[in-house]
Write a protein that binds this ligand. Structure first.
Ligand code: FE2
Length: 345
């Protein structure tokens, strides 16, 4: 489905549970990751699963990548070539092929250690999760360079106020200083409202498609605005089994690594199920049954990335590698169906 343009952004009502509002205004001391999160706009939670478990999940991700039969073999680096892989975005984000619904991806989303920090942040474990995808990026040192221009952005529309979305990366590989990983403008999330008051969005906004309603790209001068207010760019380092959380109002992008690590992560975002409207619940069920991959928003702004397309004789056709269902379907446990928004709490 082609996204329709959103020409004039309308004010977006944000769910604002009283509990959360008081968290934001009182800034209490928690003595845990939430202090970092509310101050810096991001936090790293160590060891939400064991390194061994993370390595098993990474292995399943590589098995999935090999399953397309294009010649990629994890054990033979001479096969590590871009042409031996299915199409992806930005080097390794798999937006198609039912990637978001593979069993191992759902297993990661259902890991209690992954869910717990979100439950703590939102004050409820009745959550829904995004049908976000995986990122499996082979190292530039072997496959050659990617388009590595930074694309600083936030994933929340300027008119959507307050903390309403917290994104997550479950690290299945190392994200050290030389590995691929997340860059954040530390401390930018708390300045979100001030930034857009002082720098209102004017003129054409071609990026505001329905699918990218909650998105805003930043310019170099915007980076300076944040720096002048004490923010700094940070490469977020993490180990396999660690969870990175960041506020969707935070400026961020992904940086390719120079090491030989295969960056392997699962994106997972959870928000309170109570925030989802009945209309969105129906849409979410449909997307789940169709094994569709969406943006990182779990409870609203639900749009599929659609089918992978290729050009044949100048015409766009569905990629022959596209799949109607995952290679290994997830087990439909009660918890999974609740997180998917299919079964009410
Ligand atoms: Fe983003």
């Amino acid at each position: 489905m082609a996204p329709s343009r959103v020409d004039s952004p309308e004010p977006i009502p944000s769910p604002a549970p009283g509990k959360l509002q008081s968290i934001q205004t009182q800034q209490p001391h928690y003595g845990d990751f939430r202090d970092d999160f509310f101050r810096d706009g991001y936090a790293v939670i160590k060891g939400v699963m064991s390194k061994e478990r993370a390595s098993e999940y990474q292995s399943e991700a590589l098995t999935w990548l090999e399953s397309f039969g294009l010649g990629f073999d994890r054990n033979d680096k001479s096969t590590w070539k871009k042409e031996n892989l299915p199409q992806s975005w930005k080097g390794g984000m798999y937006l198609h092929f039912s990637a978001a619904h593979e069993k191992y991806v759902w297993d990661v989303r259902c890991e209690p250690g992954v869910i717990a920090p979100f439950a703590k942040l939102w004050g409820t474990d009745e959550l829904v999760v995004s049908f976000d995808t995986v990122n499996i990026t082979l190292p530039q040192s072997i496959v050659g360079t990617y388009d590595s221009q930074p694309w600083p952005h936030c994933d929340q529309a300027p008119e959507r106020k307050g903390l309403v979305c917290v994104q997550g990366i479950v690290n299945l590989s190392s994200a050290g200083p030389d590995d691929g990983g997340l860059i954040v403008m530390k401390g930018s999330a708390p300045l979100f409202d001030q930034f857009f008051e002082e720098n209102p969005v004017t003129g054409p906004t071609p990026w505001r498609t329905a699918k990218h309603k909650d998105f805003h790209p930043f310019s170099d001068k915007d980076l300076d605005w944040y720096r002048e207010r004490g923010c700094e760019l940070i490469k977020v380092c993490a180990e396999p089994g660690d969870l990175i959380l960041w506020d969707s109002r935070q400026m961020h992008w992904a940086q390719f690594g120079t090491s030989d690590v295969v960056r392997t992560i699962v994106y997972a975002t959870y928000t309170p199920a109570a925030w989802m409207s009945e209309e969105d619940r129906e849409k979410k069920k449909e997307l789940f049954e169709g094994y569709e991959t969406t943006t990182h928003w779990p409870h609203t702004n639900l749009y599929t990335h659609g089918k992978a397309m290729v050009k044949v004789d100048g015409e766009e056709v569905v990629d022959p590698l596209e799949r109607d269902e995952p290679l290994t379907k997830p087990v439909r446990s009660e918890r999974l169906l609740q997180l998917a928004g299919v079964k009410p709490y």
